[in-house]
Ligand binder design. Sequence first.
Ligand SMILES: Nc1nc2c(ncn2[C@@H]2O[C@H](COP(=O)(O)OP(=O)(O)OP(=O)(O)O)[C@@H](O)[C@H]2O)c(=O)[nH]1
Ligand SMILES: [Mg+2]
Length: 320
Amino acid sequence: MFNFFKNKKEETKDIKESTSSKKDSAFGFLKNALSKTTNSLVDNVLNVVSGEIPDEFELEDIETMLIKADIGVDYAVELVEKIKSEKIKTAKIKDFLREEFSKVLNIEKDNKLKFEKDKLNIYFVVGVNGAGKTTLIGKLANRFKNQGNKVLLVAGDTFRAAAEEQLDVWSKRAGVDIVREDKADSASLVYRAIDKARCENYNVIIIDSAGRLQNKFNLIEELKKIKNVILKKLQDANLETMLVLDGTQGQNGLSQASVFNEAVDITALAITKMDSTSKGGIVFAIAKELKLPTKLICIGEGIDDIADFDSVEFVNAIFN
Ligand SMILES: Nc1nc2c(ncn2[C@@H]2O[C@H](COP(=O)(O)OP(=O)(O)OP(=O)(O)O)[C@@H](O)[C@H]2O)c(=O)[nH]1
Ligand SMILES: [Mg+2]
């Protein structure tokens, strides 16, 4: 349904061949990919209805289709209830869904990544193991660097030497500086990094963190500690606490978002792996349940495979 990229390998390959055009066409790429899924979302929903108005069985099928698209069970039930109570005709279901999805993404919070060139901008990146945090940081660093910013990466995942190595590789690829210290306490490292950034006039700091789902309590406590340090040293800096979610994980994302949000007050979401079997419905589920804005999407493992999330384009891509 929302399996945007199920058959998209070829398109991915085409785009990979031209990195420079990729950034420009990231949303074209998404649109292209989505249009097929879209058709599957819209078609799947509409295909189960034959009469002028959906009957009970058909309403159930619509609900199943929506749940499969990862928009969340509660939201799917709510939509179907509306279709039923408002007696929405089959011919109008597409318009109805379009309007509902647009409304849900049109939340109060801004979808644009916080950034002011003349200030210090701190991005604290969190998420479970393997979500794509370190990769996203590399891409974001590269983008900020290319826009003329002075960028400092902080290897806040101090438990695994390999994690620091991985971030180090990305820092070289992006041509930006990095602060790393084996086995250091990550909160102290962040403390020192913010001092360094201020002394040396960096305007972007991106902080990596360890993702360990199996050790949830410690992970969350450590993240809270880092967040407190950042808040203490924030002054007039911008802060974006960004949760990275693997788009292929579907509804798991919703529960992860709620745990992380409770601990560190998430201000932005980044959905990764939209190029594989991602079910983009999670964007709606999270906007609906947690009122959290998706600000970035990642569409591959390459350095340019990142794009700002645009809710209008996203909905258009699904329904046009
Ligand atoms: N296809 C695809 N793969 C991605 C994307 N983003 C990240 N990956 C891959 O996902 C895997 C995990 O990415 P990492 O960046 O190491 O994830 P992490 O959240 O830092 O993981 P931990 O440090 O273990 O918590 C790597 O193999 C990445 O190349 C994406 O947008 N698309
Ligand atoms: Mg990592």
